[in-house]
Design a protein around this ligand. Structure first.
Ligand SMILES: Nc1nc2c(ncn2[C@@H]2O[C@H](COP(=O)(O)OP(=O)(O)OP(=O)(O)O)[C@@H](O)[C@H]2O)c(=O)[nH]1
Ligand SMILES: [Mg+2]
Length: 471
């Protein structure tokens, strides 16, 4: 399908044990034969002199790479030839495993390019695997997710899709809809001659859509929402009045002195963003300016930014002070944030009196809360546990639940669901098998976009451009 031969450094750049140059395309084997020698003794001053022994597919060979122009040895390598179609791209693929290091790899790549390859663009190897039918689009996209996976669960989710988990479910839904289209056609053809009237065909179609297709698609859409946290991370925002210890809490949670802490109220103005993890789940945490009534224009901008972050966050940590009653601003803020999205942290527990803490707890009745000292660290482990329980403990992912679409695929599935709903309405109102069949065919075309029908160049260019070069 593709004519040229591409090459790229497929391992991260920088010093390391091993670096890999990968080549894919019709010239791959010829390049291997020109550059690779198994027997160092046979290399003469002007390159390869002796006839080399045969190189078999899927065998690892030890030898040296030379520049055929001048016979200079580039590196000691392992070489593998994977004959088409038994390779990642379904084309002839060659890999050179050399010492890593930018100069070594760059020299090898230059010589490969001088001898019949072109430099690959981002994701071009995976794109070829897709275009040559080795993987579908759900699997190709999962390769990006696998490379970028920030935690173990994200790896499990991506691996499931790389193995074709989503592809098979989408295929199953497609097959069910195709069966419905066939039943429409049968109904149109035979209802005049047989006892079964059009209405019973329509009833059956409606039943299958309601009982099997709708729930299956709805479940996939819901799973994308539930698992997005594992791919993108949990967004936490810290809220509260000035000087309650928000920045101290951020520093304590991330175990670094990132944010400025001082006894001066209004220290934090801009949003401070940091990363850490809870039980392996990536967390992005934002410290914000203290919320209060102020005429200071800079502080007001900071407060506006803080509120924007509360809206975007998956969870807001409302910090209160254990040494004083909850003030009006804080009560209002707790109400604004809503119970489902808030954990109250009663900070400065090292200075607390139990009566005061009891009074605070009453005032924030209903909001999950915890006593903490950002200064000494007490309560921090329990706070992490509470955050995890609140957001993640019900997301214990079983193997079946690992089948999950990404955002692009979810958006298509939402459209599919809408079109199917229209189809059910048509079954009830128009009551025509021809109309329903036409609508179901439209749904099938839409579903095709999830797994990719291999002729939407623009979409694929966009998707594969998100890959790194060499993948
Ligand atoms: N005793 C005690 N002092 C604390 C604790 N947490 C913070 N502080 C002190 O409270 C003061 C304010 O702390 P910050 O973390 O800067 O408070 P903030 O909420 O970020 O303040 P702004 O950025 O001004 O809104 C500092 O003097 C901290 O040392 C704590 O748990 N116990
Ligand atoms: Mg601060």
């Amino acid at each position: 399908m593709t004519q040229n031969t591409i090459a790229a450094i497929s391992t991260p750049l920088g010093p390391g044990g091993i670096g890999i140059v990968r080549i894919s395309g019709p010239n791959a084997f010829a390049i291997l034969k020109k550059l690779f020698v198994r027997d160092k003794q046979k290399i003469g001053p002007i390159g390869k002199l002796a006839i080399e022994r045969a190189l078999n597919s899927h065998v690892v060979y030890y030898g040296h790479l030379i520049d055929p122009e001048n016979g200079i040895i580039l590196d000691e390598v392992l070489a593998i030839y994977m004959k088409a179609p038994k390779s990642f791209t379904r084309e002839d693929v060659v890999e050179f495993h050399s010492h890593s290091g930018f100069v070594v790899l760059d020299r090898i790549l230059s010589v490969v390019v001088n001898n019949g390859a072109v430099l690959s663009g981002p994701g071009e190897f995976t794109k070829r695997a897709f275009l040559n039918g080795r993987i579908d689009l759900t699997q190709a996209e999962a390769v990006i997710d696998l490379i970028n996976a920030p935690c173990e669960t994200a790896v499990q989710l991506a691996s499931c899709q790389v193995a074709g988990g989503l592809r098979d479910v989408i295929q199953g839904v497609s097959d069910s809809i195709t069966t419905l289209v066939a039943s429409c056609e049968a109904g149109i053809e035979f209802s005049e001659e047989s006892e079964i009237d059009q209405e019973s065909y329509l009833r059956n179609i409606q039943k299958t859509m309601r009982q099997t297709i709708f729930p299956e698609i709805s479940l996939l859409i819901q799973r994308q929402k539930d698992t997005a946290i594992f791919k993108e991370g949990l967004l936490l925002a810290i809220a509260g009045a000035p000087n309650v210890g928000k920045s101290s809490l951020l520093n304590r949670l991330v175990e670094r002195e990132t944010a400025i802490v001082s006894e001066v109220p209004g220290t934090t103005r801009d949003v401070v963003r940091e990363y850490f993890s809870i039980n392996g789940v990536p967390v992005i945490i934002c410290d914000t300016a203290g919320i209060h009534d102020t005429n200071d224009p800079v502080e007001r901008i900071g407060i506006k930014k803080a509120r924007d972050h509360f809206n975007q966050a998956d969870l807001v940590i409302l910090v209160l002070e254990a040494t004083r009653e909850v003030n009006g601003f804080e009560k209002k803020l707790a109400e604004e944030l809503g119970r489902s999205k808030t954990i109250a942290v009663i900070n400065k527990d090292d200075l607390a009196e139990d009566d005061m803490v009891l009074s605070i707890q009453k005032q924030i009745d209903g909001v999950p809360h915890i006593r903490v000292s950002a200064k000494t660290g007490t309560g921090i482990v329990d706070l992490k546990r509470l955050i995890f329980k609140d957001l993640l403990s019900d997301k214990n992912i079983t193997s079946r639940e690992r089948i999950t679409p990404n955002l692009r695929q979810r958006k298509i599935l939402e459209k599919v669901l809408k079109e199917l709903e229209q189809c059910v309405i048509a079954v009830e109102t128009v009551q025509s098998l021809e109309v329903v069949s036409g609508m179901l065919n439209d749904v099938l075309r839409l579903l095709d976009e999830v797994s990719g029908n291999r002729n939407k160049e623009e979409l694929y260019d966009h998707i594969f451009s998100q890959f790194c070069i060499g993948k």
